[in-house]
Write a protein that binds this ligand. Structure first.
Ligand SMILES: [Ca+2]
Length: 193
């Protein structure tokens, strides 16, 4: 009986094998891959950080300095009077972004501030449409004062929201309005959610 069962099994196996070999090609096509519709939480679609110490001398003034409190432990340092009044100390990167809503940020530390409420620094977003690079414009900006830097030993992060409705070549700029000590750690750009 055991022999009969084994023989029957063998015949069945042969039949299945034969069946597989004769299967029409249409049945061998693999199912389509599953489409993942949700973006994984760790896959931020766009957040770029521009370390001030990596921008390069062609788009910065001042000098690089080590700072344990800074990202990369390095910052761009401008001593008091190290730039002219109304001069930009960092600008660029002249990168193209698509139409959308964005958040620009800058992390800075400032000291030797005047004892009043005057503007000491100016952050802005500027650039030109990709289709018309001659059409330079300042999209939006933010003035910083002594009260924005309550502790001269700490970095503070400032945020600017802006929209573009066409392909745009942007830059994030830091302007020197008073003779202060300035440490620029980084700027960044991300999509507003
Ligand atoms: Ca840095």
């Amino acid at each position: 009986m055991r022999y009969v069962t084994a023989a029957a099994g063998g015949v069945l196996a042969l039949a299945l094998l034969a069946g597989c070999q004769k299967a029409p090609k249409e049945e061998e096509i693999l199912p389509p891959p599953k489409i993942v519709k949700t973006i994984p939480a760790d896959a931020n679609p766009l957040r770029k950080v521009y370390e001030a110490e990596e921008l390069g001398p062609e788009v910065t003034l001042g000098e690089l300095t080590s700072d344990p409190a800074a990202s990369n432990q390095m910052s761009l340092y401008v001593k008091s009077g190290g730039a002219k009044i109304d001069e930009f100390v960092a600008w660029g990167p002249y990168e193209e972004i698509a139409p959308g809503a964005y958040i620009a940020r800058g992390r800075l530390k400032a000291a030797s501030l005047p004892d009043n409420d005057d503007q000491v620094l100016w952050l802005d977003v500027a650039g030109s449409p990709k289709a018309n690079r001659e059409d330079f414009k300042v999209l939006t900006g933010k003035a910083l004062r002594r009260k924005d830097f309550p502790d001269p030993d700490k970095y503070y992060t400032f945020q600017i929201n802006f929209d573009v409705n066409e392909a745009f070549v942007f830059e994030l700029r830091t302007k020197y309005l008073q003779k202060v000590e300035l440490w620029l750690d980084w700027t960044s750009l991300e999509l507003a959610q």
